[in-house]
Design a protein around this ligand. Structure first.
Ligand code: S3P
Length: 419
C-alpha cells in the first residue's frame, strides 16, 4: 500500500516553456521548482548553445534573456535527446530567427512525425529541410521573415499549436490558430505574462507579433502527469492514502481526475488556488475497492493523453469493460503506447484488446509478474512499476533510466510511500 504526503516535482510542459520564453525575453528571469528531468535539461542545453546564459541552482534556474531576436547561431547541432516538446516548440522560435540550425534527437525522436510542425512553418515562409521532406530528424531550419497564418489544426497537439504561436510572434501580421479540441494552454498563459499579444476566442487563438517579451519570475506547479502514477497506485493498492501537494490543476490537464471520479475512485481536491495564472491544489487519494469501467473518447483525450498508459493499468482493476478510443496519437509518442501498453498488460494476464485507435480492457483481473519491454519510454516504465504494486510476483522492467526523463527520484519516492 502507499501512504504519506509529498510535494510534487515541477511540471514538464511548464518547465520547458519557462526556459524558452525567458531565453527570448529581455532581462533577468528566475524559474522556481523547475523540473530537473532529462527532457527539460535538453531544452536548457539547446538554448545555451544559442548564447543564452542559464544558471541552475538547486531547483531554481536563472536565465538572462537575449531578447526576441537576440539568439545566436548555435555553436553546434541542437540535440533534443528524447524530448518532443523541445524539438517542436524550438522550431517555432528558430523559424523567426535569421540563422541556420540543425536539430537531432535520440532513436525515439527519429521516429516521431515533425511534418505537423514543419508544414505550417513552411506556409509561414520558413525554409526547412530534413529527412522525408522534413518529417523526421535531422531537420535544418533557416529562419527569418515570416508571414502571418490562419491555420486549422489537423491534430489536437499543444506542441504544434505552441510552435505556431511562437512563430507568430515574429510574423508580419496577425495570425489565427484554430483548434478542434482544446489542448493544454500553458503557452498562451505564460506568453501573455511575458507581454505577448494573445487572445483566446473559443477554440481560436489570435496572436499579434511583438517587438519584445519582458522578463518574469515563474513558479512551476507540480506535474499532474507525474502525479498520475502515484494516484493510480493509491487507488488500486489496498489500505492506501496519499496526499499529493502542489499539483497543477489547469483544466486542459485534469482529464484523469474526471475519469477517476467516473470510475468511482476516491480522489479529492483540497485548497485550490491560482499561482502565476495556473490553477494549483493538493490531491487526497484513497484506495478504492469498487472501481467501475468507463469510456474515454476524443472529447477528453487531449486532457489526459499522457496518462492513458497508467489509466489502462487502473482499468484492469475496475469492474466491467473500459473502452479507450480516438487515441491514435498514442502511436506517435515516445513509443507506440497502444502497442506497448497492450502487449505488456497481456503478458501480465490482463484481458485487453488492441484497437486501431485505443484499447478495450475487461476488469477486474488479477495481474501476474512479467518482464516488461519499456522501449525506453518513461511513462511505460512508471506505469508498470505501478502494476507491480498489485501483481502476484515481481514486474521486471528492462530499463529504468528512462524515468529520469520526466521524474528524477521516482523510485525513492515510491519506496518512501510504500508501507
Ligand atoms: C506536450 C504536449 C503533448 C504531450 C507532451 C507534452 C506539451 O504532446 O503529450 O507530453 O508540453 O506541449 P502533443 O502536443 O503531441 O499532443
Amino acid at each position: 500500500m502507499l501512504r504519506g504526503t509529498f510535494e510534487l516535482i515541477g511540471d514538464k510542459s511548464i518547465s520547458h516553456r519557462s526556459i524558452m520564453f525567458s531565453a527570448i525575453s529581455k532581462g533577468n528571469n528566475k524559474v522556481s521548482n523547475f523540473l530537473m528531468g532529462q527532457d527539460c535539461l535538453s531544452t536548457v542545453s539547446c538554448f545555451r548553445k544559442m548564447g543564452v546564459d542559464i544558471e541552475i541552482a538547486g531547483k531554481d534556474v536563472f536565465i538572462k534573456g537575449n531578447g526576441i531576436r537576440g539568439l545566436k547561431p548555435p555553436t553546434d547541432i541542437l540535440d533534443v535527446g528524447n524530448s518532443g516538446t523541445t524539438i517542436r516548440l524550438i522550431m517555432g522560435i528558430l523559424a523567426g530567427n535569421d540563422f541556420e540550425s540543425t536539430l537531432i534527437g535520440d532513436e525515439s525522436i527519429g521516429k516521431r512525425p515533425m511534418k505537423r510542425v514543419t508544414d505550417p512553418l513552411r506556409m509561414m515562409g520558413c525554409d526547412i529541410t530534413g529527412k522525408d521532406d522534413a518529417n523526421f530528424t535531422p531537420i535544418t531550419v533557416r529562419g527569418g521573415h515570416l508571414h502571418s497564418i490562419d491555420y486549422k489544426m489537423p491534430v489536437a497537439s499543444a506542441q504544434v499549436k505552441s510552435a505556431i504561436i511562437l512563430a507568430s510572434l515574429y510574423a508580419d501580421g496577425q495570425s489565427i490558430i484554430r483548434e478542434k479540441v482544446k489542448s493544454r494552454n500553458h503557452t498562451e498563459i505564460m506568453l501573455k505574462a511575458f507581454g505577448a499579444d494573445i487572445k483566446e476566442n473559443g477554440l481560436d487563438i489570435i496572436v499579434n507579433p511583438v517587438d519584445e517579451l519582458f522578463n518574469q519570475d515563474i513558479y512551476v506547479p507540480g506535474d499532474i502527469s507525474s502525479a498520475a502514477f502515484i494516484i493510480v497506485g493509491a487507488l488500486i493498492s489496498e489500505g492506501s492514502e496519499v496526499l499529493i501537494k502542489n499539483v497543477g490543476l489547469n483544466e486542459t490537464r485534469t482529464g484523469i481526475i474526471d475519469v477517476i471520479k467516473n470510475m468511482n475512485g476516491n480522489i479529492e481536491i483540497i485548497d485550490e488556488r491560482v499561482v502565476g495564472g495556473e490553477k494549483v491544489g493538493d490531491l487526497l487519494v484513497r484506495y478504492s475497492k469498487d472501481l467501475t469501467a468507463t469510456t474515454i473518447d476524443k472529447t477528453i483525450i487531449p486532457r489526459l493523453i499522457d496518462e492513458i498508459p497508467v489509466i489502462a493499468v487502473l482499468a484492469t482493476q475496475a469492474e466491467g469493460t473500459t473502452i479507450i478510443k480516438d487515441a491514435q496519437e498514442l502511436k506517435v509518442k515516445e513509443s507506440n503506447r497502444i502497442k506497448t501498453v497492450v502487449d505488456n498488460l497481456k503478458k501480465m494476464g490482463a484481458d485487453i484488446e488492441e484497437l486501431e485507435d485505443g484499447m478495450i480492457i475487461k476488469g477486474k483481473t488479477k495481474l501476474h509478474g512479467a518482464t516488461i519491454e519499456t522501449f525506453k519510454d518513461h511513462r511505460i516504465a512508471m506505469s508498470f512499476s505501478i502494476a507491480d504494486l498489485i501483481s502476484d510476483s515481481r514486474v521486471m522492467l528492462d530499463d529504468t533510466n528512462c524515468i529520469n526523463i520526466s521524474f528524477p527520484g521516482y523510485f525513492n519516492l515510491l519506496k518512501d510511500l510504500t508501507k
